[in-house]
Design a protein around this ligand. Structure first.
Ligand SMILES: NC(=O)c1ccc[n+]([C@@H]2O[C@H](COP(=O)([O-])OP(=O)(O)OC[C@H]3O[C@@H](n4cnc5c(N)ncnc54)[C@H](O)[C@@H]3O)[C@@H](O)[C@H]2O)c1
Length: 317
């Protein structure tokens, strides 16, 4: 059994991670500014209400719980960080150094950090590979590169084991409405709930995606293999070739014929999505032996729909 502290654990990916850690018998504490029904559904979890940008609170929570491993998920997502860049800076960037300092003082052994595909700037080309020198142009992207670099520095200087995960668009039951990539999840979620959905990108728009179960699986796979990991930064993507939005719509209709999915592109969303890499290489992860459980679109869509329909109270958006 390992003791974990998950910042932002009341959110979408965090609550799925909590569920997986509890199932494996670990001791889990979440620090977040809010509780959520997703977190409550995850099971028996200790909860600390607290803001990641308060270094005193972070230090106190770490002193109190003395976790062996910290998973740092608390962040403003891309659109919110850009809309209020000063809050984005305080939440996503200024909190990083104090978090690592407190982790070092509390003798934390490992830190896992949610980076993002957004860490690659607009000039990434069509396939994002970790070795590419990234120049992000958003506060969100900058915060992810900064977290990766500070984490890697702490691991070299003080021996804290560290890994950062450049998640593709993570899709799955319970993902919220925010962000330009939200369509990748909502175009499955809404028809599963029996609702129509207007997609705000073009039929040809294409983003790398990963099912939330695989995002959590990849994170825990690297965690279990941290001692032999040669790198600290990993792309996490589930499908070898990213589907276009219309291919996703067709997969949903194959499973739920008659689903009302309409394309109503919004130029501002199309512009953001088109500036991101269309595919993400997972060579690093696969060379360590990781394989996604949901590598094909139809299997992923089917499991997603079954989860939403099987647990409507938990996952309804
Ligand atoms: N969802 C995706 O597609 C995706 C892709 C790449 C990276 N990520 C990263 O993964 C992490 C989790 O994302 P998610 O999709 O679960 O988002 P989410 O918004 O569902 O979860 C983030 C959580 O952080 C909490 N939080 C925000 N500000 C906080 C603060 N000041 N102090 C404490 N907690 C705070 C929120 O309350 C929320 O519960 C984030 O770091 C995000 O940037 C997500």
């Amino acid at each position: 059994m390992t003791t974990f502290l998950i910042t932002g654990g009341a959110g979408f990916i965090g609550s799925w991670l909590c569920r997986s850690l509890l199932a494996d018998g670990h001791d889990v504490t979440v620090m977040d500014t809010r509780r959520s029904h997703l977190l409550d559904a995850a099971g028996k979890i200790k909860f600390e209400k607290g803001d990641i940008s308060s270094s005193e609170t972070v230090a106190e929570v770490l002193r109190k719980h003395r976790p062996e491993t910290v998973v740092h998920y608390a962040a403003l997502l891309s659109a919110d960080a850009e809309a209020d860049s000063s809050l984005g800076y305080r939440t996503n960037i200024a909190s990083i150094w104090p978090l690592f300092e407190s982790a070092r003082t509390a003798e934390v052994e490992s830190v896992l950090f949610a980076s993002s595909n957004a860490a690659y700037g607009p000039d990434v080309g069509s396939v994002a590979e970790e070795r590419i020198y990234a120049i992000p142009t958003t506060i969100y992207g900058i915060s992810k590169i900064y977290g990766e670099m500070i984490g890697t520095w702490f691991s070299k200087k003080y021996g804290i084991r560290f890994a950062a995960f450049r998640y593709a668009s993570v899709i799955g039951p319970g993902r919220g409405l925010g962000g330009a990539s939200a369509y990748t999840s909502l175009m499955i979620q809404k028809p599963a709930q029996g609702e129509a959905y207007d997609v705000d990108v073009r039929e040809s728009s294409r983003l790398p995606i990963v099912y939330v179960k695989d995002a959590v699986g990849a994170t825990l796979f690297v965690y279990r293999n941290l001692r032999r990991a040669k790198q600290t930064v990993f792309n996490v993507c589930g499908l070898a070739r990213s589907p276009t939005a219309v291919e996703m719509a067709r997969a949903v209709r194959r499973r739920l014929p008659g689903s009302e999915i309409r394309f109503r592109p919004k130029e501002e969303v199309v512009k953001i999505v088109d500036s991101w890499a269309r595919n993400s290489s997972t060579r690093r992860l696969s060379s360590m032996g990781w394989k996604p459980q949901y590598p094909d679109l139809d299997g992923l869509v089917s499991d997603f729909i079954d989860e939403v329909r099987g647990n409507p109270k938990v996952y309804r958006i």
